[in-house]
Ligand binder design. Structure first.
Ligand code: ZN
Length: 302
């Protein structure tokens, strides 16, 4: 396993995982620390918790950037702790079971039987603290902000800001090294959400997958997300075909097709026009020509 730590700012850490090229977060204060996302399975979470204990022995709280399995299936390793998320516990329980089946089957299909079993055996820990709007968490000497955004990558996105260090943990709203995932995304709203969360100009932006980047990298990805929204709008107007939008988008055609399909799924078809009664047939009025000119008068003066 080549998992490693990067300290992106003073006591702000990113755990880079080989599995799914994930970036998990850790923000350490004077009295406690915040763990951001926990990995694909209880085993992955245990490895992450062990790595954290090499850095700090402060008590922890956990935050989920969203409900996709790779961001929260590892939480059992963190014991009884506050777990923050935008969606409520009932949603996570319901959606978690569905995802556990789906992803265990997918790993099995990929020939990764052991990892499939790890996912299937993970005890799921739904959140017990809800974020609506924004919550400031005092970790002792530093406050982090848990902020609800979107809908964007999902319908329950949350980002974490560390204002004193200029760091933004963006969850899967941004990805480096792979195209963003549109499977359960909101293609039209997504770029607006990213623009909003970049408005305080964070110095370092940590994506959910891939290497951390800077503000300018995040901005360029926001532009690409906006271009996807624009192409969807042009398909809606009949200005582009779906094939043209897929072939000429900022992301690979497969990603573009997923984005377009998702946009169509979210956009109800225009209502059928109600049948209009036949207009009554009326004849146009007759044309009357009045000719009062007296041809007998000689106007030439001769
Ligand atoms: Zn995701």
């Amino acid at each position: 396993m080549n998992d490693r730590w990067i300290e992106v700012a003073d006591r702000v850490w990113v755990r880079r995982l080989e599995e799914l090229d994930q970036s998990l977060g850790l923000v350490v204060g004077d009295e406690s620390c915040l763990v951001l996302d926990t990995g694909v399975s209880a085993d992955a979470g245990f490895a992450y918790a062990t790595a954290i204990r090499e850095l700090t022995d402060l008590p922890w709280q956990v935050a989920y950037t969203h409900d996709h399995f790779d961001h929260w299936f590892g939480t059992a390793a963190f014991g009884e702790s506050a777990v923050w998320a935008v969606a409520d516990g009932a949603h996570y329980v319901r959606f978690g079971d569905e995802q556990r089946r789906k992803w265990a089957a997918k790993y099995r299909l990929d020939g990764r039987e052991q990892d499939a079993r790890r996912i299937a055996a993970s005890r799921l820990v739904p959140p017990n603290c809800r974020v609506q709007g924004a919550v400031g968490l005092d970790l002792g000497g530093r406050t982090v902000v848990l902020r609800q955004v979107g809908p964007a990558h999902s319908d329950n996105d949350m980002v974490v800001e560390v204002p004193d260090a200029g760091v933004l943990f963006a969850g899967d709203l941004l990805e480096q090294g792979a195209p963003p995932s549109y499977d359960s995304a909101f293609p039209i709203e997504w770029p607006q959400a990213v623009e909003y969360l970049l408005s305080w100009k964070p110095r370092i932006v940590v994506p959910g997958h891939g290497e951390p980047g800077d503000y300018w990298w995040a901005r360029s990805q926001a532009r690409d997300l906006a271009e996807v929204a624009r192409l969807c709008a042009e398909v809606a107007q009949g200005f582009l075909t779906e094939d043209e939008a897929a072939e000429h988008g900022p992301f690979p055609p497969g990603t573009m097709r997923t984005a377009i399909a998702r946009w169509k799924e979210l956009t109800p078809p225009p209502p059928e026009p109600a049948p209009q009664p036949e207009p009554a047939r009326t004849l146009p009025p007759p044309v009357v020509v009045y000719d009062f000119f007296d041809y007998s008068v000689d106007l030439t003066g001769n």
